[in-house]
Design a protein around this ligand. Structure first.
Ligand code: GDG
Length: 737
């Protein structure tokens, strides 16, 4: 288990050390799981004092020994930038839909990265083969990838406790792609709700260009499982107190007596602007204003636990809430009644349990909340089924607590009406609603949640292993170089886009850099070596870029035309071709280009291509499917075919396929002792299919392919070519010697 904080927090008090226990639901749930699996919990001690002494070291050593809590030490400046900075002033407001509160400081980002790196080191120190690592929450979004890089086989799951925002908000975040890639290092990424999961998928699509399924995304050659898994509570933590703890029982009796004449509304929140406390207080004021009969008959108990007090925004909120409470109480109190009982402190759990049992209505109205545990804790304590849950539609818990009375906390007038309605709800209806909620809360408890997470992680990790086994093997570059060196004759067929250079938004921007041209020239001039570019591009593009490279064969339009080295003439691989078909197909593609902003039609000699790389990715993909499907019907009885490329749909004659190039080249270089072909997309598969089983066929990318080997991208392909050129040179110098 890795989370920002441990169940213990270390504090410097004067010149002594104080250990505070924060036994939240997570600690309760993870306790038994960790004991069963002999796991450890890695987290930051919370200490920002910068003091290191023997007593401190002794305390932390005892935590590790007795509880298996391993404390990560963060230098105070790193801790500040990581925790108060990037985590709580950048990510927290943005993920909760408060973009105007968000601030970004590059130094905080550096601290966040550094802290994640230190967490990674601490985890690696504990890691044993076969271990599973469960990473928690927004403070550690880079950790899954760091772990994956350091220990590629490790099983990593990630759970996000806060909302994942809509992609329109998420993209505001500087460094957003790094965070997504950080998360995608995991085998499983889980959220409280499907909505958050969908938001995440949308960001992955729009920012990384990676499409996904409802339950998984392919990234970095691995399948990452996605899951909606709302956290539960440990009901007994509260009901146990009500049943067995004498003090809790006494408190409840006293409170019942004290509020005998009143209906009790209860709100329990961390003092955080996401929780909608001022909005609630204003709605309450409205209730008292419009329903004078409620005065003296209803009381709002607002528990507000101070939180993140070093961040200025939280101080402002505290002053605002203090002010509102004072104002409302000043305005409405009578000698015998105070409308708001304001408890601004951390209450003992026993007192909280008594309050949950006491309240007639739990008023839970965050402006945005990942889930909200208080809603579930209240339900757990309402075993007599008489209480009412009033819940914000913006709490993740709303997705699974449909029997609550839902409110929009931004609509203070209607919220006040809903409170009045909740107070007047007949007992039978209250019972019915609460019974359904109670059943779900006790059933989907935190233990079930933990087991489901771990079970899904186990499954996801073994699916990853199966998927990796089905991919082409990683190319053993040294073996390829040796085979190249020893071969009497060599033939290399290289695709261009996605293989030698990466994709650009506009095809004309993906120009070959000068060093690539020099590399290809050296390759083509290596003795006993025939090298060809085999591209789907127009001959104009290919000739313009590579026309002067001595010794290089050029094949354009998927091999429809081919130019031998030294020649200025292109040979047609098929005679009798007529471009008349374009007249019928062009308007059809043009219609799609008109419908899809950012897309366009490219005309080549032998083909027409609809490109949609710059369009809305979801819309583009959807239309591409539709277009390919329509064309299939339209072209059924013609010698043409429609092919899905990388963000494109291309119509071309059936005979124009990269496999054709082989026929021409084997005339030049019959039975080469070393044969290599590299390519990244479907059209390259045609070529791989024509080559003998012994050929060095290389898929560039992370998909399934009929190639024997794979390389991750153009960078690796160029490195390989460098190695081959060097190997060829060795051979030449050996022969000259
Ligand atoms: C994050 C997400 C998500 C509150 N006052 C006292 C007290 N509490 C305890 C409650 C509850 C917890 O604090 C608050 O949990 P929430 O879920 O309401 O909110 P966050 O702290 O913001 O938690 C949230 C959660 O993670 C889990 O995934 O639900 O959406 O924001 O357990 O009981 N405990 C004690 N005294 C108090 O005065 N002892």
């Amino acid at each position: 288990m890795v989370s920002n904080r441990l169940p213990y927090t270390l504090r410097r008090a004067g010149d002594a050390w104080k250990v505070e226990k924060s036994a939240g639901g997570l600690a309760t749930a993870m306790g038994p799981i960790l004991r069963k699996t002999e796991g450890v919990w890695v987290g930051w001690s919370g200490d920002q004092s910068g003091v290191t002494d023997a007593r401190r070291a002794g305390l932390l050593a005892r935590w590790a020994e007795r509880e298996r809590y391993v404390a990560v030490d963060l230098p105070p400046e790193t801790a500040r930038g990581f925790y108060e900075g990037f985590s709580n002033q950048t990510l927290w407001p943005l993920f909760h839909n408060f973009p105007y509160l968000f601030r970004f400081d590059p130094a905080d980002w550096d601290a966040y990265r550094e802290a994640n790196r230190l967490f990674c080191e601490a985890v690696l120190e504990q890691l044993r083969p076969g271990d599973m690592v469960w990473v928690h929450d927004y403070q550690l979004m880079l950790l899954p990838r760091l772990l994956r890089e350091a220990a590629p086989e490790v099983r990593v799951g990630f759970f996000l406790h806060i909302p994942f925002p809509p992609s329109a908000s998420f993209r505001i975040l500087p460094r957003r792609e790094e965070l997504l890639r950080g998360l995608l290092g995991a085998d499983l990424i889980a959220f409280h709700t499907h909505r958050y999961l969908q938001h995440f998928r949308d960001s992955v699509l729009r920012l990384l260009g990676t499409p996904s399924h409802m339950d998984k995304v392919e990234a970095g050659g691995r399948t990452v499982r996605l899951e909606a898994l709302p956290i539960g509570i440990a009901p007994e933590e509260f009901t146990g107190l009500l049943d067995d703890d004498e003090k809790t029982g006494r408190m409840l009796t006293e409170m019942r007596e004290r509020f005998r004449c009143c209906k009790v509304l209860l709100a329990v929140d961390r003092l955080d602007y996401t929780k909608g406390i001022p909005e609630r207080l204003r709605a309450f004021r409205q209730l008292l204003t419009v329903s004078p009969e409620s005065r003296g008959k209803v009381v709002l108990i607002q528990v507000a636990v101070p939180s993140r007090e070093r961040i200025p925004m939280y101080g402002e909120l505290r002053r605002e809430v203090d002010g509102l409470v004072g104002k409302i109480n000043g305005e409405f109190s009578t000698p015998g009644w105070t409308p708001i009982v304001y408890l601004r402190r951390n209450l003992p759990r026993a007192e909280l349990a008594a309050l949950y049992a006491l309240a007639d209505v739990a008023w839970i109205s965050p402006l945005r909340d990942g889930l909200n545990l208080v809603a579930k804790e209240y339900v757990a304590c309402q075993r007599d089924g008489a209480g009412v849950l009033l819940l914000s539609e913006f709490a993740g818990a709303a997705a699974e607590m449909g029997e609550a009375i839902m409110v929009n906390p931004y609509d203070e007038g209607r919220t006040a009406e809903s409170v009045a309605r909740a107070l007047a709800l007949p007992l039978s209806e209250r019972r019915e609603r609460m019974a359904a909620l109670h059943r779900r809360v006790t059933h989907n408890n935190v233990f079930a949640w933990g087991e489901r997470f771990i079970g899904t992680l186990r499954e996801a990790a073994s699916a990853r292993t199966r998927h990796a086994a089905a991919l082409p093997a990683e190319l053993p570059a040294a073996d390829a170089a040796r085979a190249f060196r020893e071969a009497e004759s060599r033939l290399l067929l290289l695709d261009y886009d996605g293989t030698l250079v990466g994709y650009a938004k506009r095809p004309q921007d993906a120009k070959p850099p000068a060093e690539l041209i020099r590399l290809l020239a050296r390759l083509a001039q290596t003795p006993a070596t025939t090298a060809a570019i085999v591209s789907g591009r127009s001959r104009g593009d290919i000739e313009g870029w590579f026309g002067d490279v001595r010794g290089l064969w050029l094949a354009a339009e998927h091999g429809a035309v081919i130019r031998p080295p030294g020649s200025r003439e292109w040979e047609y691989s098929y005679t009798g071709y007529s471009p008349d078909w374009k007249r019928d197909v062009y308007p059809y593609l043009e219609h799609y280009a008109d419908r899809t902003p950012g897309s366009f039609v490219e005309e080549k000699e032998f083909s027409l291509v609809w490109h949609y790389r710059m369009s809305d990715p979801e819309f583009g993909e959807w239309l591409a499917n539709e277009l390919a499907h329509d064309l299939e019907g339209m072209l059924a009885d013609t010698p043409l075919r429609a092919v899905r490329g990388q963000k494109s749909v291309e119509v071309r004659p059936m005979w124009a396929d990269k496999g054709e190039v082989m026929n021409r080249l084997t005339r030049e270089c019959p039975a080469p002792a070393f044969l290599l072909a590299a390519g990244d997309d479907k059209t390259d598969e045609d070529l791989f299919a024509r080559l003998p089983a012994t050929a060095w066929t290389i898929h560039v990318g992370e998909n399934q392919s009929r190639a024997r080997f794979r390389l991750s991208g153009p960078g690796q392909v160029c490195l390989l070519l460098e190695e081959l050129v060097a190997a060829g040179r060795v051979e030449v110098s050996r022969k000259t010697a």
